[in-house]
Design a protein around this ligand. Sequence first.
Ligand SMILES: Cc1cc2nc3c(=O)[nH]c(=O)nc-3n(C[C@H](O)[C@H](O)[C@H](O)COP(=O)(O)OP(=O)(O)OC[C@H]3O[C@@H](n4cnc5c(N)ncnc54)[C@H](O)[C@@H]3O)c2cc1C
Length: 203
Amino acid sequence: MNQASETRRAHASPLFAGLPGDIGVSFEFFPPKTEKMEETLWDSVLTLAPLAPRFVSVTYGAGGTTRERTHNTVARIVRETGIPAAAHLTCVEATKDEIAEVADAYWQAGVRHIVALRGDPPGGATKFTPHPQGYANAVELVAGLRELHPFELSVSAYPETHPDAANPAADLDNLKRKLDAGATRAITQFFFEPDTFFRFQDA
Ligand SMILES: Cc1cc2nc3c(=O)[nH]c(=O)nc-3n(C[C@H](O)[C@H](O)[C@H](O)COP(=O)(O)OP(=O)(O)OC[C@H]3O[C@@H](n4cnc5c(N)ncnc54)[C@H](O)[C@@H]3O)c2cc1C
């Protein structure tokens, strides 16, 4: 039995019958590289749709390497399903004009939610260096996108602290700046202990 049919069987069982609409979930997908992966992705989207996710999002490859594929995937979800879909977007190796172009194309395609990220330095570099005509970090990206279109903007948060942060308090200050710049939701990175998340949420 493949994963999708197993999930379908689980949804149909009495144990999960009350779940759709009753839990606040979102799902993150990465853009498919091949036709076969596209089929699997689409099968997964349709399998998960009955859970009525608040939104699904599609990741963005380092340096915009998945620019087309991320766009096509998000646009197709918006076009063919009723699920609100978000596109991840990073500042890596892009000018502000190029980012505006990508954002405009999303707006034209009916995408109203962007997960705005700085991104990781390309090629295994340890320090992030902004493009000379680009955004230096997610705070600037959020502010830039805010001026373009009234997108819903989500940003990242790190219950275990981002490695670039001087300390946990500085990381929280950075999150506050992103929210002050216009983000309305933070999505956390993985954490391994629930307590880590609850302490972070309290802070
Ligand atoms: C939910 C989620 C989804 C993601 N999706 C993707 C994706 O699709 N594609 C991808 O390439 N990556 C993705 N990432 C990874 C992300 O790009 C990296 O973690 C990246 O290193 C940081 O991006 P950010 O938006 O958190 O950066 P920012 O919030 O801009 O900053 C990162 C850290 O640097 C420090 N910092 C920033 N600005 C300053 C400043 N002015 N002074 C001092 N310190 C500062 C802060 O402490 C902060 O924690 C995702 C991460 C998460 C949590």
